[in-house]
Design a protein around this ligand. Structure first.
Ligand code: SF4
Length: 448
């Protein structure tokens, strides 16, 4: 079968489609780049906000229009929360809720016999898994969340926490490294909860190395992976010794952390049932910056949470400005049916939420610029991903990400292929949120 995989939402969704892609390729199917070429389209949906649910329906309809002959299999959080609505969409022949998502390859099997008319044929067993243009692999290490943030629908859609065995994850990273991936991103719904559900006796004193700490150390010790990145980490999950990993990694553990704050006001954090407060968040950030040179931080913020007064919001805004984030994802509060906050009093008018989003995004832009300007003149390793435009005499323009997760462009000498290569680049200028890097000053390895 020719299968097209599409995903919306979080990195976890993308990593799940990547591992499904590997399973399907292993099983002899072809993962194609466009729905028009496919016998089957698989869509991994998102439901984190009402808007995400709408986009999931819209994308499913677009897939059906782009290839009326293809069968649609829909999975993910929106399919889990609204299976009937999804089943009623055009061409949808299979709805798979999150708890059965890992069986997707098997669930698609019967279609193979019908569509291929023959048993599964094997592609060359050493068929490369490293798809062109792919430089970073998302590695799912756990699923579900046992926290109960009052705005969050993910716990409903994803269920309780469960984690993959560390040895299996290390083996996957070894395989990805052998396939040529330069970077892997550990991801999960509640990454910091990795291994805790399987270790009920794990001391909650915060002094023991967490299972995520141990897993990260194992990957750094047992693989040759050039760059390891951690996706979103809840601030209360980080043990004090966690930051020592960066010093031990000799630059392989990326100096970037995504720490969702959601609000910079303790009254609002309390109503969100977030297990952090501004004082502990500030202390954590100070400890991280002291331990990890040139660390950059990003975060998520909700504007207009029920009961958030104008004064609460001003307090939140000032705290966010103080934290000097390199990037802030700003969301207007979205009431999700099935969450506690949806029935809270003090719902903030939509227009007011909009204005608070604008105010937060203005702070985000100022902080983003200040962080990037502070790094100008530095030389940083950049993983080059894409060629932005063909050579036009000034040399090809490449786009990539620094180790501390900043988008960087550079002009390379003609004929140099930087795709999926990590090279040092001196950061010389800033254009909006994009840094310009200079390659001249450093040796560039020619693609064989
Ligand atoms: S930690 Fe909170 S916001 Fe994050 S997935 Fe769990 S319940 Fe949702």
């Amino acid at each position: 079968m020719k299968i097209y995989l599409e995903s919306l939402g979080c990195r976890l969704n993308y990593s799940e489609m990547e591992s499904l892609g590997r399973q399907l390729t292993d099983a002899g199917h072809a993962v194609v780049d466009a729905a028009e070429q496919a016998d089957v389209c698989v869509l991994n949906t998102c439901a984190v906000t009402g808007e995400a649910g709408r986009k999931s329906r819209q994308l499913a309809r677009r897939l059906a229009r782009s290839n009326p002959a293809a069968r649609l299999a829909i999975t993910g959080c929106y399919a889990t929360l609204a299976p009937e609505t999804v089943a009623a969409l055009p061409n949808v022949e299979l709805v798979v809720e999150n708890r059965r998502k890992e069986m997707l390859a098997e669930l698609l099997q019967p279609w193979s016999a019908e569509l291929d008319g023959e048993q599964w044929r094997r592609l060359a067993p050493d068929a490369p898994l490293h798809l062109p243009g792919r430089t970073r692999a998302f590695v799912k290490v756990q699923d579900g969340c046992n926290n109960r943030c009052t705005f969050c629908i993910v716990t409903v859609a994803r269920g309780p926490e469960r984690s993959r065995p560390a040895a299996e994850i290390v083996a996957e990273v070894q395989r990805l490294t052998a396939e040529g991936f330069q970077e892997a991103v550990l991801t999960g719904v509640h990454l910091g909860g990795y291994g805790l559900a399987e270790l009920p006796s794990f001391p909650k004193d915060g002094n023991s190395a967490s299972p995520l700490h141990t897993l990260t150390a194992a990957i750094l010790e047992q693989t040759e992976l050039p760059r390891l990145r951690l996706s979103s980490l809840e601030p209360w999950d980080i043990d004090p010794a966690f930051f020592d990993l960066w010093a031990q990694s000799q630059g392989r553990l990326c100096p970037h952390l995504h720490l969702p704050l959601q609000s910079g006001c303790d009254r609002t954090l309390k109503r969100m049932a977030r297990r952090t407060r501004t004082a502990s968040f500030r202390a954590l950030v100070e400890a991280a910056r002291a331990a990890i040179p040139d660390l950059t931080l990003s975060t998520d913020m909700i504007a207009g949470f029920p009961g958030e007064s104008a004064a609460d919001f001003e307090e939140s805004l000032r705290f966010v400005e103080e934290m000097a984030f390199a990037h802030i994802h700003v969301f207007p509060y979205s009431a999700r049916e099935g969450t506690a906050a949806a029935s809270f009093g003090g719902q903030v008018p939509v227009e007011e939420r909009r204005q608070r989003v604008d105010a937060l995004e203005a702070v985000a832009r100022r902080s983003a610029e200040a962080v990037r300007r502070s790094l100008l003149g530095q030389t940083r390793p950049v993983l080059w991903e894409t060629l932005e435009r063909p050579a036009n005499g000034a040399g090809p323009l490449w786009s990539g990400l620094t180790d501390n997760y900043l988008r960087t462009h550079a002009i390379a000498p003609p004929g140099i292929d930087l795709e999926n290569r990590i090279t040092p680049a001196r950061l010389t200028a800033l254009d909006g949120e994009v840094l310009w890097g200079q390659l001249g000053a450093c040796p560039v390895t020619r693609n064989p």
